[in-house]
Design a protein around this ligand. Sequence first.
Ligand SMILES: Nc1ncnc2c1ncn2[C@@H]1O[C@H](COP(=O)(O)OP(=O)(O)OP(=O)(O)O)[C@@H](O)[C@H]1O
Length: 267
Amino acid sequence: MLELRNLSCGYGRRPLLEAVSVALQGGELLCLLGPNGVGKTTLFKTILGLLPALGGEIRLDGRSAARWSRRDFARRVGYVPQTHAPPFPFTVRDVVAMGRAAHRSVFAAPGTHDRELAAAALDTLGISALAEARYTEISGGERQLVLIARALAQAPRVLVMDEPTSNLDYGNQLKVMAHVRRIAAREDIGVILTTHHPNHALLYASRVLLIDRERRCHVGAPQALITEDYLRSTYGVETEIHDIHQRDGHLARLCVPRLGGVLSCAT
Ligand SMILES: Nc1ncnc2c1ncn2[C@@H]1O[C@H](COP(=O)(O)OP(=O)(O)OP(=O)(O)O)[C@@H](O)[C@H]1O
């Protein structure tokens, strides 16, 4: 679906990340993890064509990204940005319907089908009650949910999400991760998202792309790659990873900070 082949990206001529290779499959949720400033957003900007690749290739549905028209690429690849400053007081319903822009001719208003898809996306995220609210007058967390609904309304093949849970409360973080995973599987969408929470990746990702302190990339199963060693060498913190047998029979692997280490950081 989306394939990065030996991709290098960065600003000017200096690559920040080199030799990134991964093939994102339909239905899969790939979590991108790495420390602040390592180049995750830069990688996303390159995938989206906002920055030129410094080497390698991006392929979408078997064809080089360079050979897709901007419009066709935009129809297939949805993007949820990290932050979004609302310029005008559109209603939430209108903002979500804007996700359909790449499917319409330039000056056409959203049609019935566009509005239905927008309503369905609001419903999927459980925020239909916000439909008539002004986008400028809702909370940061609610805006984040609206942006995710906007991307879903686009009905993309690939969804690129830059820290989609960063403004969300605890419940909404878990609900959004579970929704995204379910929607990816149900709609056969390939999702790549950044998170700073190893537990999000352990609980919800099908695979992870880890970037370490030396900016080397590793792709594989979360259980194999998110280890106490990785977390120590990348983030400088001591953690323990445990398998927890839940009351409903599920097995969850979770990372827990070592309290000794955390408390000594605080003092
Ligand atoms: N427009 C730019 N020109 C030059 N350097 C930039 C530009 N934007 C970001 N950088 C630098 O590129 C590096 C990677 O930034 P990027 O935003 O990709 O990191 P990130 O991994 O997404 O970080 P975070 O987890 O903090 O969001 C940083 O050192 C940043 O200062």
